[in-house]
Design a binder for this molecule. Sequence first.
Ligand code: CP
Length: 338
Amino acid sequence: MRGAMSVTELFKSDDSTDDTELQFDAAGRLKHLLTLRGLDRSLITELLDQSEKYLTPMGQPVVRATTLQGKTVANLFFEPSTRTRASFDLAARRLGADVLNLDVKTSSRKKGESILDTLYTLQAMQVDIFVIRDASAGVPAYIVRHVGPHASILNAGEADVSHPTQGLLDLLTIRRHKGDFADLTVAIVGDIAHSRVARSAAEGLVTMGVGELRLVSPEALAPDPDAFPSARILHNLDTGIRDADVVMALRIQRERIGSLDGIPGIDEYYKNFGISSERMQNAAPDAIVMHPGPMNRGVEIESSLADGSQSVITEQVTNGVAVRMALLSTVANTLETQ
Ligand code: CP
């Protein structure tokens, strides 16, 4: 009998192709999105520029197009989501696609069907683009290695590893407020150790040439410095956000923390690492406040700050739809012309 395999072993591949290379077709065009690593500055800029075209002022009609007419997009979320799932759904519909939102709780995966058999079943129904969120590292790349050549895989959140569309929407939000990344100091504050949002934001910001990137957290939630070679790792909030142009708060990812030993309680955490209007006096006077959501008000962020004039949190959500429309159009174009 085969010994028990860890989840990481299960999704490990003998194929030595790097995940970053897997994302491109033979002509070098983006076909899958697994990570922002491997996307160069011009490709990210192209995606952000295209996203801008899908933005309209609040209250005005949304942009609709027929770019995805005849295509089917399946949302497979094996972890909870509000923003990412809803925005992929809206983005695909606004581009004219048929959209399938698989209800994982009532799907045959509950009867033991493997993720690949679920995928092959939907592939047989001519799904073209799979949007996948999973709690296990390696799942999106594993699926890319097994999917048919006519399909595209988009990573909608992978364990603590990668959340590339969140990274793109964060870049778009920062660019719309601040312009050139080279002039900026960005501070990401909170549970960096378990955050896929921090990883993707850092990858994107470094590629875009950010002036300074600071990661601010309690010692117990600090990242492995090797995972963020270009960032300054700090453990004091006032130092960490001093003169920062962008301050991004992250929640504590309790679902990914095995033991809470050493993790500060809520009151202590808010006192030392909660972003508040008072603490923001240390940042640049025109600094923006970001949060990927879901927020824990009164833990990592003061409620009135989240709703105040410095906050761009709801803009991040709006920009998320635009970024996902740009991405869906890009990969659909690759599928169409391969
Ligand atoms: N930011 C983010 O991924 O939010 P959801 O978990 O609601 O999709």
